[in-house]
Design a protein around this ligand. Structure first.
Ligand code: MN
Length: 379
């Protein structure tokens, strides 16, 4: 069977769950619209039991009639279910701890209680007209045999999906693959991967889950989310496309706009070296790389920046070579001899070291005039 992956973006739920991050209703609506405009097919939009305001915001998103399926998050409790049923969402993710550690030390119950609770609340949610995803909290630390029992209980009760939550981000891709593969072999329902980035492996684990048979994956824009965050939308989509040829139907050229929108609304700026959306990831300074890029793009280009709505930027600095200097001046309409370019490069290096900035056109013109005598003597 051909591998597929349906994106369930949880920027508006787990993303907002990041300590210190809150979205206004208007921000949530703008983010939901932007994600839908880019073709994201499923959105997890909030936690109805949190209160009236949250429910009203979710209902407002539902009222937009966006093409995405909307999911809300809740625990296996009657009040969570009642709240979830009021918002106009299509699917509810009902979360329940599944590791012995959480079962004993967080909720003080036992495995039998977990299985019975799933049977009861999945059935209740279905009666309320909701589709159900059973969220296995701390699934990565659960006994794999029991985890299978949990997922089978979810399937038997009428859930359409089981979410495998690596709640603490402690798995590696090899273990993720085999855990998901085992579930996929035994289940007929959808499997969703929910990864966290505590060891920097959220994207790797998400891709491994898809290869293991997960049908759905949770992502967040810029990798926002609790602690180190979730699997970034932009990384998961580009990784699936370029490593496995799996298309998610998402317009990757819209990533910069979505990234800026979420960075501003969350108050979490994106670091310059963040893959795909970071300000500096298509900027080149080193002489060898710039020279290679100018000769043939593929020398130092994995995918075209235009594919993700970006472009290459060449800057001058400590690691620049004379070729890049000559090109930068040619762009300013100044033809340099190689000898003159070498003299200017010394100035550029001093400037970069002193200011920790790349020189702009004003500085370049000044360096040209200051070093002009070299040109006069040697040309
Ligand atoms: Mn989470």
């Amino acid at each position: 069977m051909a591998l597929t992956a349906i994106i369930n973006d949880t920027t508006l739920r787990d993303g907002e769950q990041t300590a210190g991050v809150t979205f206004t209703a208007e921000e949530k609506i703008s983010i939901a619209r932007a994600l839908c405009a880019a073709g994201v097919p499923e959105l997890e939009v909030g936690i109805p039991i949190m209160g009236r305001e949250e429910r009203e915001t979710i209902a407002a998103i539902a009222a937009l009639g966006l093409p995405a399926s909307l999911m809300v998050w809740g625990r296996m409790r009657s009040e969570d279910l009642a709240a979830a049923a009021q918002c106009g969402a299509h699917i509810v993710n009902l979360s329940i701890p599944v590791s012995d550690l959480h079962i004993q030390h967080k909720i003080n119950r036992d495995r039998q209680w977990v299985l019975a609770t799933i049977a009861r609340y999945v059935s209740d949610a279905r009666d309320l007209g909701l589709e159900v995803c059973v969220g296995g909290e701390d699934a990565s630390r659960a006994d794999p045999d029991f985890l299978l029992q949990v997922a089978e209980a979810a399937q038997a009760a009428g859930a359409r999906r089981f979410r495998f939550a690596d709640t603490l981000g402690l798995l590696d891709p090899f273990t993720t693959f085999s855990r998901i593969r085992r579930l996929d072999e035994a289940l007929d329902i959808e499997i969703e991967m929910h990864a966290h980035d505590d060891l920097g492996l959220a994207t790797a684990n998400t891709l491994a889950a898809v290869i293991g048979g997960a049908t759905h994956i949770n992502t967040t824009v810029n990798g926002l989310g609790e602690r180190a965050g979730n699997a970034p939308l932009e990384e998961a989509v580009m990784g699936l496309r370029h490593l496995y040829g799996i298309e998610t139907g998402i317009d990757t050229r819209q990533f910069p706009e979505i990234s800026s929108l979420v960075a501003a609304a969350s108050g979490r700026p994106v670091s310059a070296n963040k893959s795909i959306v970071g300000d500096g990831v298509f900027t080149h300074e080193a002489g060898i790389h710039v020279d290679g890029l100018i000769k043939h793009r593929a020398n130092y280009e994995n995918f075209a920046p235009a594919e993700v709505g970006r472009e290459h930027r060449l800057v001058l600095g400590k690691h620049s070579g004379t070729k890049a200097v000559m090109k930068a001046y040619a762009d300013l309409g100044i033809a340099l001899s190689e000898f003159h370019a070498k003299a200017i490069l010394d100035r550029i290096r001093d400037y970069a070291m002193l200011t920790k900035h790349t020189p702009g056109s004003t500085e370049l013109e000044r360096f040209y005039l200051e070093t002009a005598p070299c040109q006069a003597v040697h040309s």
